[in-house]
Design a protein around this ligand. Structure first.
Ligand SMILES: [Zn+2]
Ligand SMILES: [Zn+2]
Length: 387
């Protein structure tokens, strides 16, 4: 089964929505215009219910099938937010908001899910209920968590959730997925060393925090190389090293390290946190200083459930002929919060050649729209078939 004819017909219209969203990017929870556009279209399509303000600026639309005897409810989720990047595409519909850009293709995700909603409201060829979920603040603001905390799953009785992200480098309109851990848990840390500052020519009278912090940067690398099982995945990156001294001849009283931890399992995530604290405490004690470690949990590991992944891959193969096995991605994805609450699957949709997401020259590929929309529609029609 190739892409649905209806989406080939709707492609120009959906492309126009996508380009309009691209011109008007909004960051984190400030998706006021985007949310209004989404809600207005969902009303226009004849959704049975449209609710705004879920997870601050999130929007939910409900579409009932021609039958509801199955009692099934499926959630389909798209993200709406842009990034604080200065766009360098030179496109005629480039961002009109200085310093904001749809550099992750969430304009395409929103437009494709709107296209699917239009089709599903038109045809209703399924037995059950679809909940279309449009979330703000995927890029670091945990908008997915905010929507879940607002009772998204229980309020509409959602039983399974599906998500999709475009992927540059994967052939246009093709799909790629993996069961289990897929996107990394992403945490951050601040490490504050305190010693005793003093004259750089009289080090014996000081407790040097620059030496402590330097030792810690090196020692933290042993979490990946000597603590974690080599088969498990973990990245510990120290990305900022600052001391309280700006002079050539002053030993700093304080040093501050910042960084990120990426993991693919709860166990290794907990191990990394514990080891960072232990290593830093050990280093500080060794050199006679003190340390405070602040560990900030971010997005959890995003893990697809087996049954829903197999189903999602099967649908993808029917839409585009094949579905590749995806490698793990060490980036984070806040659909993880929805997958912590319900079984489901997250799939990658080929964006073709070109710049990677988060690059100032990235652009969503409108040629992927029919495949993306078809996947959404088929997920619904095949998971909840009408009699
Ligand atoms: Zn992104
Ligand atoms: Zn994204």
């Amino acid at each position: 089964m190739p892409v649905k004819n209806r989406f080939a017909e709707l492609q120009d219209e959906i492309t126009a929505w996508r380009r309009d969203l691209h011109e008007h990017p909004e960051i984190l929870y400030d998706t006021l215009r985007t949310s209004a556009v989404v809600a207005e279209k969902l009303q226009e399509f004849g959704c049975d219910e449209v609710v705004t303000g879920i997870g601050r600026t999130g929007v939910v639309g409900v579409i009932k099938g021609k039958a509801s005897g199955s009692g099934k409810v499926i959630g389909l989720r798209a993200d709406m937010d842009a990034l604080p990047i200065v766009e360098a595409t030179g496109l005629p519909y480039a961002s009109k908001t200085p310093g904001a850009m749809h550099a992750c293709g969430h304009d395409g995700h929103t437009a494709m899910l709107l296209g699917a909603a239009k089709y599903l409201a038109e045809t209703r060829n399924f037995d059950g209920t679809v909940v279309v979920i449009f979330q703000p603040a995927e890029e670091g603001g945990a908008g997915g968590k905010e929507m879940c905390d607002d009772g998204l799953m229980d309020r509409w009785g959602i039983q399974e959730v599906y998500g999709m992200h475009n992927w540059p480098g994967l052939p246009t309109g093709q799909f790629s997925i993996r069961p289990g851990a897929f996107f990394a848990g992403t945490d951050q840390f601040d490490i504050y060393f305190e010693g005793k500052g003093g004259h750089a020519a009289r080090p014996h009278e000081t407790v040097d925090t620059a030496v402590m912090a330097a030792q810690a940067v090196t020692a933290l690398q042993t979490i990946a190389s000597r603590n974690a099982d080599p088969v498990g995945q973990v990245v510990v990156s120290v990305t900022s090293f600052e001391t309280s001294s700006k002079a050539f001849n002053v030993i700093p009283q304080k040093a501050h390290l910042k960084g990120t931890v990426r993991t693919m399992s709860k166990e290794i995530r907990e191990l990394a946190e514990e080891r960072i604290k232990a290593i830093c405490a050990g280093v500080a004690a060794t050199y006679g200083g003190t340390v405070e470690v602040q560990y900030h949990p971010g997005y959890p590991v995003m893990a697809n459930t087996k049954e829903q992944t197999e189903f999602a891959a099967d649908v993808a193969r029917k839409v585009s002929g094949q579905c590749e096995d995806a490698p793990m991605v060490m980036g984070g994805e806040d659909f993880a919060f929805m997958l912590e609450e319900r079984p489901g699957a997250y799939i990658l949709l080929g964006n073709g050649p070109g710049a990677m997401v988060h690059h100032p020259e990235y652009n969503f590929n409108d040629e992927a729209i029919p495949a993306g929309c078809s996947w959404w529609a088929e997920i619904v029609e095949q998971r909840m078939p009408a009699a």
